[in-house]
Design a protein around this ligand. Structure first.
Ligand code: HEM
Length: 174
């Protein structure tokens, strides 16, 4: 039986997961809408959620850098595969929102977090760069999607096939 994650690690894990599960479909949906006030509102909500992910991701990476996760007792190939996927997920939860912020800056649309905190534009207005960053944002999002699917499949395999506590130790109150 391995140790449980801390409340902080669990809280950060599930709040980031919930926000990504909202930002991703919202991003796909809003992108295809015709220009309207609704579209503009949805773009703002998408950016607020994304910037919140970025802030929580910074906290999460700092937390991870200063705290060892509870030891896993798995086959070596599984430990290796999980550390590669986890490192990539940590990177993407930082880089995906950063590319969104960079894209908005390049497109000349300032991000105002929750409608109250204006964030600085990271680059000056540049249409071609904005277009390029839009493609980068989309490709990284699909990469994130593939890794999240793998991550969930692995967690479910551990729980239902291997019947170990890999999933349980990340659940609150277990
Ligand atoms: C974890 C955070 C985020 C996720 C999962 C996410 C996901 C997505 C997805 C799936 C799309 C649709 C891509 C497409 O089909 O082209 C999208 C579009 C977009 N995202 Fe994000 N995003 C995140 C963060 C951000 C942030 C922080 C910003 C800006 C501050 C942002 C700005 C945008 C914009 C402006 C678009 C529309 C691009 C266009 O219409 O050309 N995103 N996002």
């Amino acid at each position: 039986m391995s140790a449980h994650y801390t409340k902080t690690a669990i809280g950060l894990h599930w709040s980031i997961a919930l926000l990504i599960f909202s930002a991703f479909p919202l991003g796909l949906y809003m992108h295809d809408l015709k220009l309207s006030p609704t579209k503009l509102h949805l773009y703002s909500y998408h950016k607020w959620i994304g910037i919140t992910v970025l802030m929580l991701a910074v906290l999460r990476v700092l937390w991870r850098a200063t705290h060892k996760p509870p030891a896993l007792h798995l086959a070596r190939w599984q430990e290796f595969a999980s550390s590669v996927v986890h490192a990539a997920l940590y990177l993407l939860i930082l880089v995906v929102p950063m590319t969104g912020w960079l894209m908005s800056s390049a497109k000349g649309v300032q991000t105002v977090w929750l409608g109250i905190v204006p964030l600085p534009d990271l680059v000056s207005k540049d249409k071609a760069l904005g277009h390029l960053l839009g493609n980068v944002h989309m490709i990284l999002n699909y990469t994130l999607l593939v890794l999240v699917v793998l991550h969930i499949a692995a967690a479910l395999k551990h729980h239902f096939l291997d019947r170990d506590d890999v999933l349980l130790r990340m659940l609150p109150g277990k």
